[in-house]
Design a protein around this ligand. Structure first.
Ligand code: FE2
Ligand code: FE2
Length: 272
């Protein structure tokens, strides 16, 4: 007889890459109902670190994203750019800053959400290469999984990092130990989505949800001016060519394993 201890219902997880500015938020909110209909995700997770005008997130914006039925919001290096979010990060269970920030910094780095008898753990991590996280990502990943043991059927890790090497390393480090490792932060989707040999879905970068007509979300003339003149330039979010970048992960009916990861790259021509 097969013990049902090792079986869990298959689930689909939609993970949406960095939402940039008001246009990114409107793109997410505008496309999500259609994506729900077409893809039928059981869980929706969104990286919201650039949702407030390109830098950070406010409680009001987080609530708008949660009101759209999003289960968990993950963050990154821009977590603390808006002061009003600090106490919200401590109070709201389902918004995550990287787990390997200092313990003294506001917020927490993992949570568990459940639907139809499937318990999904979500962990936020920041890379250490070219990033300012106070503690090491690899050691904290192990600590997070230890803390989540026996509480979850599946675990998704958002590895918010600059270096492709560090993200790929984290994918291999966690292969067979979590359901998915998805990279964020660079705002550019990579063409390497796959299920690793021991069953972990992996992609180096999911991409961004926002204006592709700029430079990583910033108005292109301002970004070019900064690069051309080497002088400080005030950045605003571009309003051109919004897209939603995401991945859809299909879990196995066995815990902590995936069977598929598919890129979802959707233009949103009607949204401004
Ligand atoms: Fe970002
Ligand atoms: Fe970032």
């Amino acid at each position: 007889m097969v013990s049902d201890h090792n079986m869990s219902k298959s689930a689909k997880i939609l993970f949406v890459g960095d939402v940039v500015g008001g246009l990114g938020k409107r793109t997410l909110l505008g496309l999500l109902p259609g994506l729900r209909e077409r893809l039928a995700p059981d869980f929706v997770i969104v990286n919201g670190e650039n949702a407030a005008g390109g830098i950070g997130i406010t409680p009001r914006i987080a609530e708008q994203i949660f009101d759209a039925g999003v289960d968990v919001i993950t963050l990154g290096n821009h977590t603390y750019r808006q002061r009003e979010i600090y106490s919200y990060l401590d109070e709201q269970e389902r918004i995550l800053r990287p787990a390997n920030f200092l313990r003294s910094q506001p917020g927490h780095g993992w949570c568990v959400v459940a639907r139809d008898e499937v318990r999904l753990g979500v962990v936020s991590l920041s890379g250490n290469l070219f990033m300012d996280a106070g503690r090491p990502a690899f050691a904290e990943a192990d600590a997070a999984l230890y803390a989540l043991r026996d509480q979850t059927d599946h675990v998704l890790v958002d590895m918010h990092a600059e270096a492709t090497s560090e993200k790929i390393g984290m994918g291999w480090h966690l292969d067979g130990r979590v359901t998915a490792v998805v990279g964020t932060h660079t705002h550019v989707p990579t063409a390497d989505a796959r299920v690793l040999p021991s069953g972990t879905a992996y992609v180096t970068d999911v991409g961004m949800t926002g204006p592709r007509g700029g430079v990583l979300g910033v108005k292109r003339e301002q970004a070019i001016e900064a690069m051309r003149t080497k002088m400080p330039v005030r950045f605003e979010t571009s309003s051109e060519d919004p897209w939603l970048n995401a991945v859809l992960i299909t879990t196995a009916d066995q815990p902590l394993r995936a069977v598929a990861i598919e890129q979802i790259l959707e233009p949103a021509p009607g949204i401004s």
